[in-house]
Design a protein. Structure first.
Length: 261
């Protein structure tokens, strides 16, 4: 990585040197070539900034691990270069260093397989997220690589994306969330207020109190049950949450034992 950046900076410096080394006749100035050079310079700056940002935001464990591998790769490349200059032991030394380099590449392959497995697991978990959470996470969900397609993001970006989804899902699961939504009932589509107890269960009621019920996780969309007999219990839940009444235990008659698949 450091050699790559050094090469980019050297190339950029060479361009600047060529441009400013000696004045050129006015007829020798090529606007397209100058524009192309500036675009390459901007692209070089963007690549350097993106790479630096990726390493800074990556979780410390993965960052330290990759940093160790990057340093060792750099040392191996330098040692290979010196070994090539030493004609007396180049073959034996190169074989040794190649074996070590293959080992590091194998570790990188293992990391890639682990991240790919985590991405598949997250894609499956997202199917059971409630709609408000899915909407909030949609930008991160869209960045999950699709199976069978070429992955353009680096390992650090992919890991950061997985961690971001799981972190926000965990935060949602630890809190009570109130959302205003449209719910399909026997009377048609009505506006309701929904109280999500994390990722486990949710209760809803409309403004008139005539429609109330609960929802549980299910694949691709939660399963919702509406029944007027749930109105008193759900209304009491909202009253306690809003502190309209003294805090008390609310005995809900609803239980869920398994996720509907």
């Amino acid at each position: 990585m450091k050699n790559g950046r050094f090469a980019l900076w050297t190339a950029a410096a060479a361009v600047v040197t060529v441009v400013y080394a000696a004045p050129l006749p006015a007829r020798a100035i090529d606007l397209d070539e100058t524009t192309s050079t500036l675009k390459e310079w901007v692209q070089t700056e963007r690549i350097i900034s993106r790479e630096r940002a990726d390493w800074e935001v990556e979780r410390s464990t993965l960052r330290d691990l990759i940093a160790v591998y990057a340093d060792e790769l750099e040392q191996l490349e330098e040692m290979i270069t010196r070994a090539e200059e030493d004609t007396t032991a180049v073959d034996a030394r190169r074989a040794e260093l190649t074996d070590r380099l293959d080992g590091l590449r194998e570790v990188q392959s293992v990391l890639r397989d682990q991240i790919t497995a985590e991405e598949a697991r997250v894609r499956e978990l997202v199917r059971y997220f409630p709609e408000p959470l899915r909407k909030e996470l949609q930008p991160l969900i869209n960045r999950l690589p699709r199976p069978g397609r070429e992955v353009e993001m680096g390992l650090s970006q992919r890991m950061q994306n997985v961690v971001g989804i799981l972190t926000q899902a965990d935060n949602f699961n630890r809190t009570v969330t109130i959302e205003t939504e449209l719910r399909e009932t026997d009377a048609g589509s009505i506006a309701v207020t929904t109280m999500y107890f994390g990722l486990g269960i949710a209760y809803f009621i409309d403004g008139s109190g005539q429609h109330a019920g609960y929802g549980v996780p299910a694949a691709d969309d939660w399963s919702w049950t509406s029944d007027p007999e749930y109105t008193p219990v759900v209304q009491q839940l909202f009253n306690v949450y809003r502190r309209n009444v003294l805090a008390t235990y609310v005995n809900t008659p609803i239980e869920t034992t398994d996720i509907q698949r």
